[in-house]
Design a protein around this ligand. Sequence first.
Ligand SMILES: *[C@@H]1O[C@H](CO)[C@@H](O)[C@H](O)[C@H]1NC(C)=O
Ligand SMILES: *[C@@H]1O[C@H](CO)[C@@H](O)[C@H](O)[C@H]1NC(C)=O
Ligand SMILES: *[C@@H]1O[C@H](CO)[C@@H](O)[C@H](O)[C@H]1NC(C)=O
Length: 246
Amino acid sequence: MQWHFSFLCIAGFFIKYGLTRLTPDFIHPCKVDDRACLIQSTIDAIPYFTKGIPELGIPTLDPFYVEIVAIPLAGLNISFFKSNIFGFRKAVIDNVESNFAKRKLVIELHSNVTSKGGYEATGRILTFPINGEGDAKITITNLKLKVMMNLDTMSDDKGVNHLFIKNYKNNIDFGGKVHYNLTNLFKNNPELSRAMLQLLNENWKLVAEEFGKPIVAYATELILRAIDKFFLAVPYEELFEGPLPF
Ligand SMILES: *[C@@H]1O[C@H](CO)[C@@H](O)[C@H](O)[C@H]1NC(C)=O
Ligand SMILES: *[C@@H]1O[C@H](CO)[C@@H](O)[C@H](O)[C@H]1NC(C)=O
Ligand SMILES: *[C@@H]1O[C@H](CO)[C@@H](O)[C@H](O)[C@H]1NC(C)=O
């Protein structure tokens, strides 16, 4: 399945970019250990990458559309519907480090992120009971994200080498502030809804730890899938200078 997909992507690129170069122009290859080059190359790629690359099946990442994310927590079921997540286009890359001897790639960034959509929730947030359904707008100032990827390589049916993400871990830090605007937290009780929203905002950090992390983790997962698609479509040799390190 993956081979087939990858082949289609490559075929798509042949058609669009000609036979010599599969890589979109926004990629500047780096030596694997050239940290300054990796950082600059990532910075240069973000505005293009976040626009999406339809030929590769990579969706637009800003705004980034999420049909539904359901988060079952102890004591709280909360689902977000038809969310648009804005901000990754302006993410600031703080560090990119590769240790290819250990097959590792680390990306650190920070960004202001806003999510807008619908939600439904029943249960408790912190100790407060919730039974709501309405609009959700969540603004995260200075979200810090560190993604540590374990990579591997494979060779496709044409003998072309590709990186892929074997697995990853992430650290999420709500460095700045999180502001919530959820309407109708208590169905048909505007007064209680407003009071509850105020409580959520007064306790923004605890609330973010409780249900913010799963959301950001889910967004990270989707973004990494997009990066993985990109790796599977573009040969290793066009992303990095020098021979395959492992
Ligand atoms: C969450 O949803 C599940 C499945 O629908 C249900 O069994 C559980 O009781 C719900 N929990 C809360 C706190 O509403
Ligand atoms: C995030 O927003 C704050 C406050 O509006 C601003 O000072 C900061 O420069 C923004 N950061 C980024 C990465 O855009
Ligand atoms: C919250 O969102 C509603 C609409 O969804 C809007 O009318 C209201 O002004 C917003 N409140 C704040 C404090 O942003």
